[in-house]
Design a protein around this ligand. Structure first.
Ligand code: ZN
Length: 362
């Protein structure tokens, strides 16, 4: 009898132990070939945690699809275990949208360097130039009710041009007054290599942050655009700055290159050519200050300043102008940074510091 009771107890304990084991275990779902969001929900239903071990380029798996997993689907593991997955970033980009500039040149340092041989392009010691007198203010007719009206006397005006727009305009226009050479009215810009974020969206976000900083300082700001759904050519952008009587025309862009390892910031300014000679020295000074402050604020690599004679938006400008390339959207790390509000704030702050320094000198 005692023996029988002991046997019963043993069986009971055995059953309980088996049950406990069974309840603490779960079957790993098959995540491979599934969308990461679906994989996450499957893992969660199976009381498992999921972690993305790696993201890889894949020709065979669409972006966001699980390429492989560890442990394999179907195996039994303890509840709460970690399933590591490798997720596809989609196919490796073969060609990143060529740069960013209406100039259509790859602004990577290598390609820019060919132009650095001319004296004005050397980022040499700062030259305190005689600033170009800003066009007279037409304040007598100004109602002062809108930022798009001409400045009031004595106030400083900055025109911000967030590069590009939602839809490129490939119609052509002369690169300078009277020129037979033409270029696209407004090219499509670069695209974030990982984020897919278009350049025009980021340039506007930073442009609006910059506007807020400048306006807080009492500086009048004229935007060439405040939305992405516009159609404004590069000549028209320069003319907005001219009509505003801007003390400085600040054009915001982000770079792109087929070399994904390139990174950093550079600032362009009009060369000492026939169209832009009157604004050359002051633009160069602004470029020096903005480039210095931008690099200081963002921590981006300093790719220097460059004079350009082929940029429509410079050649039609009658006011000092700069075009800053804030980071490379083709560089995964810089793409990630540019998509954060924190980094955009740093970029806007850097531009602001440089602009204010420039305005204080004029
Ligand atoms: Zn651009």
């Amino acid at each position: 009898m005692i023996l029988f009771a002991a046997l019963c107890l043993l069986v009971l304990f055995g059953l309980m132990a088996f049950q406990a084991l069974a309840f603490s275990q779960t079957r790993v779902p098959r995540c491979t070939e599934k969308d990461i969001e679906e994989a996450k929900s499957l893992a969660s239903s199976a009381k498992l945690k999921i972690s993305i071990a790696k993201e890889v380029f894949s020709e065979t798996h669409p972006e966001g699809t699980v390429v492989s997993q560890e442990p394999a689907g179907g195996s039994r593991v303890r509840k709460g275990s970690l399933v590591k997955v490798v997720v596809s970033k989609g196919p490796r980009p073969i060609k990143v949208e060529p740069v960013a500039l209406e100039a259509g040149k790859d602004m990577s340092p290598e390609t820019v360097s060919e132009t650095t041989s001319t004296p004005e392009e050397r980022p040499s010691t700062p030259v305190l130039s005689t600033p170009v007198a800003p066009p007279p203010s037409t304040d007598s007719t100004s109602t002062g009710t809108s930022v798009t009206t001409p400045p009031t006397a004595g106030g400083k005006v900055v025109c911000i041009d967030p590069g590009h727009q939602a839809r490129a305009n490939l119609g052509r226009e002369p690169i300078g007054p009277g020129s037979s050479q033409t270029k696209e009215k407004c090219r499509g810009g670069a695209t974030g290599v990982s984020s897919g974020t278009p350049e025009y969206k980021l340039t506007l976000e930073i442009g609006l942050k910059l506007r807020a900083l400048l306006e807080k300082k009492g500086i009048t700001v004229v935007m060439t655009r405040e939305t992405n759904d516009v159609d404004i050519s590069n000549i028209e952008r320069a003319e907005i700055a001219n009509e505003a009587g801007a003390h400085l025309f600040v054009r915001i862009h982000h770079n792109g290159s087929s070399n994904l390892s390139l990174g950093g910031a550079c600032t362009l300014y009009p060369a000492d050519g026939s169209w832009t000679a009157p604004i050359y020295a002051s633009s160069r000074r602004a470029a020096q200050l903005i480039q210095r402050e931008l690099v200081k604020s963002t921590g981006l690599k300093n790719n220097s300043i460059f004079a350009r004679s082929d940029i429509t938006g410079f050649n039609w400008s009658k006011v000092p102008a700069v075009l800053t390339e804030i980071g490379f959207l083709s560089n995964p790390e810089e793409d990630r940074l540019l998509n954060t509000g924190e980094f955009q704030d740093k970029a806007a702050q850097g531009l602001f510091n440089g602009i204010v320094e420039y305005l204080n000198e004029t």
